[in-house]
Design a protein. Structure first.
Length: 284
């Protein structure tokens, strides 16, 4: 009986780890120009849903998944109830994000785009059914085709990298830098512009921005992801005016270490030593 329970635990963990390795694909325009404010659970819910998108899907495709699977993959252990996830869904349904677009005259406009058309939950089955808003789909569907036809770039990364992050800004800054990192070793932003993109203009003083936004994000990106980030600042008089990020992709061993740290953070608290030992043997 004990061996059967152990085997079931290992199979469950392997299934969870496989889902964590799923790729998130987003158009660079979405990553570089969109402005939104989301909770960690809202961000995870959106990104988890994005991993369900297949190349053959259309703007009308609905996605269904089990709430328990979502919690397990995200490392949420009994903290979120069915009622709480309904609150998150209601919040997401009412939220829109802003993206900067150019009109035919080259003038910049901010366009409001909503995340989902459909958000349904079923308490009896414990499932969620969602359909992205059609305005979202150009940023998520047929990205390779768009690149071939229009040269529009897109970014992909493993879902696992962002799941242990505790700061909402960590996810946003990681995605932003990842979109620029493909062809660049560094990228700079005007401080006010970066605050605008991150929707954190409430941090008026640079020391507050550095303490509550920048430093926690850099720490989590360096610990959990495939990127190694440093930054420097440029002053205009006595005021910080620009921030330059230096970005390096980690080598294979560094990436494996980062993924191991992700796993430790996400499920180390609820795995027995025996299960961990058995998993370690299988991966040798």
């Amino acid at each position: 009986m004990a061996n059967k329970i152990l085997k079931q635990s290992i199979n469950k963990i392997e299934k969870i780890e496989k889902e964590r390795e799923m790729k998130v694909y987003k158009a660079d325009e979405l990553l570089q120009k969109a402005r939104f404010t989301l909770t960690l659970t809202e961000q995870r819910l959106i990104l988890y849903a994005i991993t369900k998108i297949k190349p053959t899907d259309t703007a009308f495709t609905e996605y269904e998944f089990n709430l328990k699977d979502f919690y397990s993959v995200c490392g949420i252990s009994g903290k979120e109830s069915y009622t709480e996830i309904k609150k998150q869904c209601i919040s997401l349904k009412s939220k829109a994000w802003w993206i900067t677009v150019l009109d035919e005259n080259g003038s910049e406009w901010e366009s409001a785009v909503t995340w989902f058309n459909t958000l349904r939950t079923n308490k009896k089955s414990g499932k969620i059914r969602i359909k992205f808003h059609e305005d979202m789909m150009p940023y998520l569907l047929e990205l390779s085709k768009q690149y071939g036809e229009t040269g529009s770039y897109f970014t992909s990364y493993d879902l696992k990298y962002i799941l242990p992050m505790k700061s909402t800004y960590s996810i946003r800054i990681y995605e932003l830098l990842k979109s620029y990192q493909k062809n660049n070793k560094s990228w700079w932003f005007k401080l006010d512009k970066l605050k605008h993109i991150l929707n954190c203009e409430n941090y008026k003083r640079y020391p507050d921005f550095r303490r509550f936004v920048l430093e926690p994000a850099i720490k989590e990106i360096n610990k959990f992801t495939d990127l190694s980030i440093e930054y420097s600042t440029v002053k205009d008089g006595n005021k910080i005016d620009e921030i330059t990020f230096m970005m390096n992709e980690k080598d294979y061993l560094e990436k494996m270490k980062a993924k191991s740290l992700c796993s430790d953070e996400l499920n180390g608290f609820n795995l027995t030593d025996k299960v961990l030992e058995e998993l370690s043997k299988q991966n040798q």
